[in-house]
Write a protein that binds this ligand. Structure first.
Ligand SMILES: CSC[C@@H](O)[C@@H](O)C(=O)COP(=O)(O)O
Length: 351
């Protein structure tokens, strides 16, 4: 058994009443921190992808909401509950797909509405943000154990994007399962898609795994089908940004292709996500808002233009795609595991 490091790195830290975010745009080359002290700077950090990954975005938003309440109290003590809404709205608009953001804001707003109008909300709002953070760390551990238990000894696994400590409060979602199963001696080989255009796989996942001493083979995103055909992969294990009530899964662009290839080649497909990523308000994945980012992310690589600068050369850059529930073998959450997800089995998670 290998000792398992639960959080080799922290995407978010609370230091001296400041939210410190590890700037993920600069990894693995530089470890630089961005300090946030108000809702607006948190919203900017989310929009610019200083902090990314659904659960980490939710945690950052919870601290952002605490800042919004504190500043509203300082500036308009008599109407802070109303005044904080501007900060919450700015946070809500920062990125559209990961529902953990809306989930965290709703939770913080709900608490704010129960607090006395005539008292400083900061202590309770900050305590709630810490609770959101700590609950995610605990959820990661539980999902790590439940997911690892499904993996038989000697398995090869393929993951997509980054779902580790950089994307969450703790061990990670899919990467938490991989870390735990590796420590248990269940995994023989880890493969990671590079995940164009932001390269979360090669820049972030490989960096986290290297820090833990877990060997990883990177592949270009288009190589997954051939890899699965070779027989080297038993499980594709991914996270999620939003899961609809019927089990359809929005995750990093390329996840749907991986799921199709997995089904074609008899490879099992596991989604690991806390219940804060499940949106029971949306009946299916068709309704999940999919973020589109700028064309320059595709037309350039590493800051260098790779496409011709010519009229008529553009880009289609959706950041996420939706994998239909029928391609998902199992969804692992902190409250239970759903095999062959559908509307009924997903609803049972919340009973
Ligand atoms: C725990 S992470 C699950 C997802 O958030 C992750 O796979 C992902 O798609 C992140 O996208 P990103 O655009 O980097 O925020």
């Amino acid at each position: 058994m290998v000792a398992i490091s639960h959080d080799t790195v922290r995407a978010l830290e609370w230091v001296d009443d400041t939210l410190r975010l590890l700037d993920q745009r600069l990894l693995p080359g530089q470890e630089v921190y961005v300090d946030c002290n108000d809702a607006s700077s948190v919203a900017t950090a989310i929009a610019d992808m200083v902090v990314r990954g659904a659960p980490a975005i939710g945690i950052a938003a919870a601290y952002g909401a605490a800042f919004a309440a504190r500043d509203a109290w300082r500036n308009h003590a008599e109407s802070w509950q109303k005044q904080m809404m501007q900060g919450l709205e700015e946070l809500r608009c920062s990125r559209p797909t990961a529902v953990n953001l809306a989930w965290a804001l709703q939770r913080m707003h709900k608490l704010a509405m129960t607090l006395p109008a005539a008292a400083d909300p900061w202590p309770q709002m900050l305590a709630e943000a810490h609770a959101v953070h700590e609950e995610d760390v605990a959820a990661n551990r539980r999902m790590g154990r439940s997911g690892a238990a499904l993996i038989h000894s000697g398995s090869g696994v393929l993951t997509h994007c980054n779902t580790g400590s950089l994307a969450t409060g703790g061990l990670g979602t899919a990467l938490g399962v991989i870390r735990t199963a590796w420590a248990d001696g269940r995994i023989s080989r880890v493969f990671a898609d590079e995940t164009r255009p932001w390269l979360q796989g090669s820049r972030l996942t490989a960096w986290e795994l290297a820090a833990d001493g877990i060997p990883v083979d990177l592949l270009v995103d288009g190589a997954g089908a051939a890899l699965m055909r070779s027989g080297a992969v038993d499980w594709v294990i991914v996270g999620a940004d939003r899961i609809a009530a019927n089990g359809d899964v929005a995750n990093k662009i390329g996840t749907y292709s991986a799921a199709l290839c997995a089904r074609q080649h008899g490879v099992r497909f596991m989604v690991v996500a806390p219940t804060s990523t499940i949106d029971m308000q949306l009946a299916d994945g068709e309704q999940i808002p999919i973020e589109s980012r700028g064309a320059e992310e595709v037309l350039a690589a590493g800051g260098q233009r790779v496409a011709p600068v010519a009229e008529g050369v553009g880009a289609w850059n959706p950041v996420f795609d939706v994998t239909p529930a029928e391609l998902v073998d199992v969804i692992v959450t902190e409250v239970g595991v759903v095999h062959g997800p559908d509307a009924e089995s997903m609803a049972r998670l919340f009973e």
